[in-house]
Design a protein around this ligand. Structure first.
Ligand code: B16
Ligand code: MG
Length: 221
């Protein structure tokens, strides 16, 4: 029986994915690296330091920076990202998400957040939806980030339910793998090809298609 829905944040609840892209793109440009949106897909759902590492490898300069340099670069990216985030308002929630959260609450389905972002609590505050979430997993307390299942497993544990009783919702390939390996039902929001390859159990084109009745029907099939 479905008891909880665990959400990813960036790219599922709001479009911070675009802000991450812009901030990384600018940072990379400053050190002579260019990358496109296709490469950016690989950065979705993974941590800040892992994203930086991938960009440096992509630019062929991974060995040219010390650990202290890398922390400095990651801080610059985050400062720029935080600046972009100041413009975020409740109206920036993706269409259908608020209605879906209300539907979950009305039906006593628990709600959790499994985001790799250390900025997640601040983003939920800006969107004024913190109160819906019974648990927000702190990515700092997780040994392995997405695609490892740890973050979704931790969310279920904190909610006091088993993975089989959960639906996870993600927009990234790494995130879908994390949900599947946690033993949960994976809803992928985004392009069909990408989500099929990732192994999503149910694919939605966008968040307006999130409806509890439909999800329960698919979950029980
Ligand atoms: P931060 P999600 C992830 O969030 C993003 O998709 C990913 O691009 C980002 O690097 C990561 O959060 C860390 O974010 O720098 O704010 O700690 O999709 O798991 O909600
Ligand atoms: Mg995401």
């Amino acid at each position: 029986m479905l008891k909880a829905v665990i959400f990813d944040l960036d790219g599922v609840i709001t479009d911070t994915a675009e802000m991450h892209y812009l901030a990384w793109k600018e940072l990379a440009k400053g050190i002579g690296i260019d990358f496109n949106r296709e490469f950016n897909e690989e950065l979705k759902g993974i941590s800040r330091m892992e994203s930086l590492e991938k960009i440096l490898v992509h630019g062929g300069v991974a060995n040219q920076f010390s650990e202290a340099d890398k922390l400095g670069l990651a801080k610059s990216k985050n400062d720029h990202y935080l600046q972009l985030l100041t413009q975020m308002k409740p109206e920036d929630i993706f269409p259908g998400i608020k209605e879906f959260l209300d539907e979950l609450k009305a039906n006593d389905i628990k709600i959790g957040l499994a985001s790799a972002s250390k900025n997640a609590p601040a983003i939920l505050e800006s969107l004024q939806i913190t109160y819906y979430f019974e648990t927000i997993v702190d990515p700092e307390e997780i040994a392995k980030g997405k695609p490892a299942p740890d973050i979704f497993l931790r969310a279920a544990e904190k909610l006091g339910i088993t993975p089989e009783e959960c639906i996870g919702i993600e927009d990234s390939t790494a995130g879908i793998q994390s949900i599947k390996d946690a033993g949960m039902f994976a809803v992928g929001v985004g392009t069909v090809n990408k989500m099929e390859q990732a192994g999503a159990d149910l694919i939605l084109h966008n968040t307006t298609e999130l409806a509890l009745c439909y999800l329960i029907k698919k979950f029980n099939q």
